[in-house]
Ligand binder design. Structure first.
Ligand code: AMP
Ligand code: TRP
Length: 335
C-alpha cells in the first residue's frame, strides 16, 4: 500500500481513558510507521464546553505527553496543538458557512452534550464543522477514531463533497479507520453507555494514569451480567462482553482464545486476571509518561509538530480561499 495521510485528534478535556486508548490511540501507534501521520490535541474543540484555564493548560500538556507515552514517535508523526495552527480556526469558519442547521442538529454527540442544559454554547453546535476543517486541511485519507465519531466523519465527507461540487475539486474525501474489537468501550457501571472521561463517577472508567490499585478496585467492582459464563454476546451480555473486549485489546488475544481459556471459570477469576492484564498493559505507558513530563521535552515536540502541520495546512487553506473567491493575500508592510 502506498503511503496514506492519517490524521486524528483527542480533546484535552479531562483524563484520557482506556476507551480513548483502545478506540483511538492504539491505532495511531499502529499506523505511524507505514503512513504520513498527524496527531493533534484538539484544544479548540475542548473549549466548546467551559474549561478552567489552568486545567486546560495542564490537560493539554498531559494529553500531548500521553501521545508520546502511548508509543507515538515524534520523528515519524507530527504531534501538535490545534490552537498552534491558526488555519484550523479559519477553515473551521468557512466549513461552518457550508454546513446546514439540520445536519448539525442531527449529530448525536451534540444531542448528548446539550441534553437537559439551559444554555447551550454555539460552539458546541458547530463543533462538527471545525472537525471537518481539521481533517480536510491535511488532505487526509484515513481518520483513526472510535465508533462514536463515525457520524462526524460522514458529515466531513458530505461537506468535502459539497465544497468540491460548488468550488471545484479541492478536498480529498477521508475514510474512517475504526478498530474491529474495542471501537466502543463501555462504562464499567453500565454496559449500555460509552466509557467517558466526563462521567461524574470515576468508577465508571479506567483512566490511563490510574494507579494499579485503583485499576484493580475498579475492575473488581465493575458491573457484570447475570450468569457466570465468559462468553462474548454484546447484545445479551453487554457487560461481560465489554470486559472481554478490554482483555482482548490489552493482551493481544482474540475473543475466542479468551472464551476458551476461561471455560468453566466464573467472573471472579476472569476479573482478577483482567485487572493484571490492564495493569501490565498500562505500566510501560505510565512509566514513559512520567519520564516525558519530567524531561520537559514536550515543548520542543509541539514546536516541531506545529511547524510541520502549518506547512501543510496553510497550503490547503490558500487553495480553499482562492477557490471560494477571496482576494489574494496582501503582504504585511514592514514597520
Ligand atoms: P474524545 O475523548 O471525545 O476526544 O475522543 C478521542 C478519541 O477516543 C475518539 O476517536 C473517540 O472515538 C475515542 N473514544 C472515546 N471514548 C471511547 C470509548 N469509550 N471507546 C472507544 N473509543 C473511544
Ligand atoms: N470530535 C473528536 C472527539 O470528540 C475529536 C476530534 C476533533 C477529531 N477533530 C478531529 C478526531 C479530527 C479526528 C479528527 O473525539
Amino acid at each position: 500500500m502506498s503511503k496514506l495521510r492519517v490524521l486524528s485528534g483527542i480533546q484535552p478535556s479531562g483524563k484520557l481513558t482506556l476507551g480513548n486508548y483502545i478506540g483511538a490511540m492504539k491505532n495511531f501507534v499502529a499506523l505511524q510507521h507505514e503512513h504520513d501521520c498527524f496527531f493533534m490535541v484538539v484544544d479548540l474543540h475542548a473549549v466548546t464546553v467551559p474549561q478552567e484555564p489552568a486545567a486546560l493548560r495542564e490537560q493539554s500538556e498531559a494529553v500531548a505527553a500521553l501521545f508520546v507515552a502511548a508509543g507515538l514517535d515524534p520523528a515519524h508523526a507530527a504531534i501538535f496543538m490545534q490552537s498552534h495552527v491558526s488555519a484550523h480556526a479559519e477553515l473551521g469558519w468557512l466549513m461552518t458557512t457550508l454546513s446546514y442547521m439540520g445536519e448539525l442538529e442531527r449529530m448525536t454527540q451534540f444531542k448528548d452534550k446539550s441534553e437537559g442544559k439551559e444554555a447551550i454554547g454555539a460552539g458546541l453546535f458547530v463543533y462538527p464543522s471545525l472537525m471537518a476543517a481539521d481533517i480536510l486541511l491535511y488532505n487526509t485519507n484515513l481518520v483513526p477514531v472510535g465508533d462514536d465519531q463515525k457520524q462526524h466523519l460522514e458529515l466531513t465527507r458530505d461537506l468535502a463533497g459539497r465544497f468540491n461540487y460548488r468550488f471545484g475539486e479541492t478536498f480529498v474525501i477521508p475514510e474512517p479507520y475504526i478498530p474491529k474489537v474495542g471501537a466502543r468501550i463501555m462504562s464499567l457501571d453500565d454496559g449500555t453507555k460509552k466509557m467517558s472521561k466526563s462521567s461524574p463517577n470515576a468508577g465508571s472508567y479506567i483512566a490511563l494514569l490510574d494507579t494499579p490499585d485503583e485499576i484493580r478496585k475498579k475492575i473488581a467492582r465493575a458491573k457484570t451480567d447475570t450468569g457466570r459464563d465468559i462468553v462474548f454476546d454484546a447484545q445479551n451480555k453487554p457487560e461481560i462482553s465489554n470486559l472481554m473486549s478490554i482483555y482482548a485489546q490489552c493482551s493481544g488475544q482474540s475473543l475466542e482464545q479468551i472464551q476458551a481459556a476461561y471455560e468453566g471459570q466464573g467472573y471472579g477469576a476472569f476479573k482478577k486476571d483482567l485487572a493484571e492484564v490492564v495493569v501490565g498493559a498500562l505500566a510501560p505507558l505510565q512509566a514513559k509518561y512520567n519520564e516525558i513530563r519530567s524531561s520537559g521535552a514536550i515543548g520542543e515536540i509541539l514546536q516541531a509538530g506545529a511547524e510541520r502541520a502549518s506547512a501543510v495546512a496553510e497550503q490547503t487553506l490558500a487553495k480553499v480561499k482562492e477557490a471560494m473567491g477571496f482576494l489574494p493575500p496582501v503582504r504585511r508592510r514592514k514597520g
